[in-house]
Each structure stands twice: as C-alpha cells, then as structure tokens.
Design a protein around this ligand. Structure first.
Ligand SMILES: Nc1nc2c(c(=O)[nH]1)N[C@H]1C(S)=C(S)[C@@H](COP(=O)(O)O)O[C@H]1N2
Ligand SMILES: [Mo]
Length: 536
C-alpha cells in the first residue's frame, strides 16, 4: 500500500506544495490587510510592519544606523519596510507549504508572527498602551484561520466509493480544486478590500492635520532675518545654493510614518526641575508671540566628511530662551538646577540639549516656518526646535510636544542610550561641491567650489590644496553670519593628469579643521574632504 492511501495528507506533491505556498502568501496578505484595517481603529503606527520596522530601528546600534543612512540615504526607511515585507512573504510561503501536511502547525506559525508584531507595537517609545497589540493579533488570528481553511482545500479527498482512486504523489487531481480556487479568490478579494479600506481610513487621520497646515498664515516676523548678502550666494554651477529648498533639504529621523499632527489640537508642555511656572502652549499662542526669522545651517551628526546631511533654511519661530524665561527657568550658571533640556516628540523621540546653550543668547528657536512656509510635515510640523551650533540629534526635535528641564546625570535621551555623545557641538567642516569625484575636466581654468560650516563660531578662512602642494586661500563668499555655512571658490589652473583636491576650513576661534579622521559615532566625523579628478 502506498503512503498516500494510508494518509491522504502525506507527501504532498509539487503542485500541492506550491499551492500551499500560495495559500501562505494569501493568508499573510489577509493578515496584513486585517491588521491595517484594525490599525485604523487603534492608530496608524500600531500596524505590524510599521511596529516591527520601528522596533528594528530602536534596536539598531549607532554604527549600523549610520551604515544604513550611508547606503540608502533617505530611502533607508523604504528599504527597511520592503525588507520586512519580503521576509514576511518568504516565511508565509514556507508556513503555507508546511500547512499542506501539518495544518495546525502552519496556522500556529502565523499566530506566532502576530505575537512578535504585538510585542513590537507595544514596546515602541510612542506606544499608547496594550491596544497597540490589537492589529497584529487580529491580523494573525485572521491569517491563521485563512491558512487553515485554504490548506483544508488542499487535502486529498477520499472517494468513499473507490478508496483506491487516490492519485500518485504529485498528481494534480483528488483535492478539492474548485473549493481551493473559490476560497483563494474570496481571500484575495476580501483582503484587498480590507487593506484598501484600512489604507483609506489610516490616511483620514492625517487629513485634519493637512487641513490645519493649509490654514496656517505665518505672520511677518517682528525680528526679520538680515537679508542674505547678494554676494553670499556664488553663481557657480554645481555649488550648493546658499539656501536649501524645502524639498531638497535632507531628512534624518526614525519615523517610518511621518507624524501628521493637527495644529489645532497640538500642545507644548514645559515642565521639570526648576520650572517655577510650568505652562502649556497652543500653536495659536505661539503664532501671536513676537516671531524671529533666522538663517541657520542644520547638520546631522551622521554626516560623513563630504556628506550631504547638512542644509541651510530660513527658519521662523519663537525665541526659546524667552519662552523658558517666562516659565521661570534659569541657566545653570545662574543657579538653575537643570542643565539638560529634554525635548519629546509625538512619536516618542527624545533629544537632550544643554540648557546653557539655549539660554546663552544664541537664536535657539521653536520653529514654525521654514523658507516661508509652515514647516513641512517631514521637517516637524507644527513645531520643531532649531539650535545654531549643535548637531540635529541634540537639538532639532521635530513634532515636538514636551520640554522637560532635567539634568544630564538624571536622563539619557534616545541617541545617547545608543552610543552617541551627550553633548555634540557641530565640528568645523568643509566640502568640495564641484568638481565631483572622478570628474574629467579639461586642462585650463577649473572652478573648485563648495561650502564650509562651523555653526555659531563662523568661518574665517578656507584653503585648498592640489595634490601635495601648498595650501592656497580660497575666495570666501560674503559672510551671512556665524550660524550659517559659507560658500567658497578657488580658481584652479588644472594641468593634465590625475589630481587630488583637498579642502580645509578655519573657524573664527582660529581652529583649523583637523586632518584626523574619525567616524561619525559618537560625536560627528572629523577629517578633510578630498576629491580625485582626471584632467584631460
Ligand atoms: N522627532 C524627531 N526629531 C528629530 C529626529 C527624529 O528622529 N525624530 N532626528 C533628529 C536628527 S538626527 C536630525 S539631524 C534632524 C534632522 O532634521 P531634518 O530631517 O528636518 O533635516 O532632526 C532631528 N529631530
Ligand atoms: Mo542627525
């Protein structure tokens, strides 16, 4: 007697295994679609893919995060989510193939994934409670039931009248083909409908925020920015423009779903040690204050030497020092008990800034506007912090909702827990924008140009060196203030052959950009940018 006759479910053939894998994919799709729909009832961030992705980001060590940013740039999040979906698809197909023979085990496997998603969702820093587990769990139960049902249709049917009618292994007949096709089509249809409805509803929660942003009219600043000097922006092809447009501005954050916050319901709470008058601010109350407008260059600590994660914008906002003074906050140098200002965002991010820096007279802002518009959602609408001279991760909290006065001893914010420095002033840096690496310019005059920055110290000098030659002074564009980068250019008489161009900046404290290369972790990359070209 063949095995098949003893146990109809034994030794599935290739076709049934393939259909099993397809069942797994369909069940997985059904699970994610159900979860998406459930997330609309809970909150969009509680969906399993976002939750698992977020949990992965939270657990990523500094070096790996930097590697991901280097490899994929701003597409890092898309790459991560695609990766999660691909892994899920492979595992779902595997469970489906398993379920042809072991239905219960296959279904149990699907449930296990639900538990992983649920743990990830409730463990996120922005989790609002156990309800965040619901989408993953509901999705998994649905997926398990679907797989159980589909695998059931793939079981060999005993023909009661003729028990010998079972086909040989691998034959196409003898299971409920019609039943399988119907169940599969029903699953695919219902899942598509559920997923699409979930998508729509999840988008709806953001539509109020979009409307609130569209309704914002930014008042004129009481303290306008100095006009950018006409000659602060050089007209050299390939150089970074002095002001970076909002759509070109780099984006670095941990948010897989950009938070959409309604300005109408947004609140900022100020509290903590030594806050004599804790307060809560609304968006409108900030708009009614005196607004200051400043050009400030923001730089990410993950920016490699020569890297792209730096940009200059015209920010419009409230002077943070005034707001804190109203709340009764004193700087540590005047006996204030708090030396760290911890900003919290709606997505649970925490960033810690030295109180002394915020209160020392620099233009530390609670920004509402960026280059003439309300902040774009990706850059922190409705309100973010910007502090000249400090890397973004210790100062530039987007989607801010809470400011707590505490100490560096008492609390480590998000990135500090992951190996980055507690304090991180921006390092003096310069970058060659043109010519590009491995360019092949013609012999003769070649314009070498780029930007240099040392926020809140200012740039005093930029020098260029060709190969191992002497350092030669570059021409600086007109100074636009010490909180912004400064363009520079160097007319070079290029001679045929391969050449290495190197740049270094000197800041207004007299410090020369060091040649010593360090990694970005823990407090920003140092070293000098070089570009290799071949002159033809
Ligand atoms: N809520 C929140 N704010 C954040 C971050 C984040 O991950 N979440 N990243 C910080 C980092 S590391 C940088 S460099 C700046 C980048 O701001 P941008 O994306 O507007 O350029 O935002 C900072 N603010
Ligand atoms: Mo950053």
């Amino acid at each position: 007697m063949r095995d098949e006759e003893k146990d109809p479910a034994a030794r599935p053939g290739t076709l049934r295994r393939a259909l099993g894998a397809l069942s797994g994919l369909l069940a997985g799709f059904g699970a994610l679609a159900t979860a998406e729909l459930a997330a609309a009832a809970v909150r969009p961030q509680s969906g399993p893919v976002v939750a698992v992705g977020g949990a992965a980001i939270d657990r990523t060590p500094a070096a790996v995060k930097d590697w991901a940013i280097r490899q994929f740039g701003t597409a890092d999040k898309l790459v991560l989510q695609t990766g999660i979906v691909v892994v899920l698809a492979v595992l779902a197909a595997g469970l489906g193939a398993l379920a042809v023979r072991f239905r219960r085990a296959g279904a149990a496997g699907v449930l296990l994934f639900g538990v992983v998603g649920a743990i990830a969702a409730t463990g996120r820093p922005d989790s609002t409670g156990l309800t965040d587990a619901l989408p993953s769990l509901l999705g998994a139960v649905t997926g398990a039931l679907l797989l159980y049902a589909l695998a059931g249709r793939l079981r060999h049917q005993r023909d009661e009248s003729d028990p010998t009618a079972d086909p040989a292994p691998g034959a196409t007949g003898a299971f409920d083909r019609r039943g399988f096709v119907l169940t599969a089509v029903a699953t695919a249809t219902a899942s598509t409908a559920a997923g699409a409805t979930g998508r729509y509803l999840n988008g709806a929660s953001g539509r109020g925020a979009v409307a609130s942003r569209a309704a914002v009219v930014l008042p004129r600043p009481g303290s306008p920015a100095r006009p950018v000097p006409a000659r602060a922006g050089l007209r050299i092809p390939g150089i970074s423009p002095f002001v970076t447009g909002n759509t070109d501005f780099y984006r670095v954050d941990t948010a897989l779903v950009v938070p959409k916050v309604d300005a109408g319901t947004w609140r900022l709470r100020v509290h903590g040690r030594g806050v004599r008058r804790p307060a809560v601010f609304t968006y409108d109350s900030l708009l009614r204050r005196e607004l200051v407008e400043r050009d400030i260059t923001l730089t990410c600590v993950s920016n490699e030497v020569g890297g792209p994660y730096t940009g200059t914008a015209r920010w419009l906002g409230v002077r943070l020092a005034d707001l804190l003074a109203e709340c009764g906050v004193r700087p540590p140098s005047q006996g204030g008990p708090a030396d760290q200002l911890v900003a919290r965002s709606v997505d649970g991010m925490t960033l810690g800034t030295p109180v002394e820096d915020v209160l020392d007279g620099r233009d530390a802002l609670l920004a509402l506007g960026m280059n003439g518009e309300p902040l774009p959602f990706a850059h922190g609408f409705p309100v973010r912090m910007v502090v000249p001279g400090l890397y973004g991760y210790v100062s530039a909290c987007k989607w801010i909702e809470d400011l707590e006065l505490t100490t560096f001893d008492a609390y480590d914010p998000y990135w500090v827990k992951r190996g980055w420095a507690r304090r991180a002033p921006v390092k003096t840096q310069s970058r060659i924008d043109t010519p590009k690496p491995f360019a092949r310019p013609k012999a003769g005059p070649v314009m070498v140009a780029g930007v240099a920055w040392a926020q809140h110290r200012g740039i005093d000098k930029v020098e260029v060196r060709v190969d191992d030659g002497p350092w030669q002074e570059a021409r600086l564009a007109e100074d636009a203030g010490r909180d912004t980068w400064r363009q520079w250019s160097f007319p070079w008489q290029a001679t045929k052959g391969g050449h290495t161009l190197t740049v270094r900046a000197t800041d207004r404290t007299g410090a020369v950009q060091t040649a010593r290369r360090t990694r970005t972790v823990p407090d920003g990359a140092s070293g000098r940018h070089s570009v290799v070209v071949t002159v033809e």
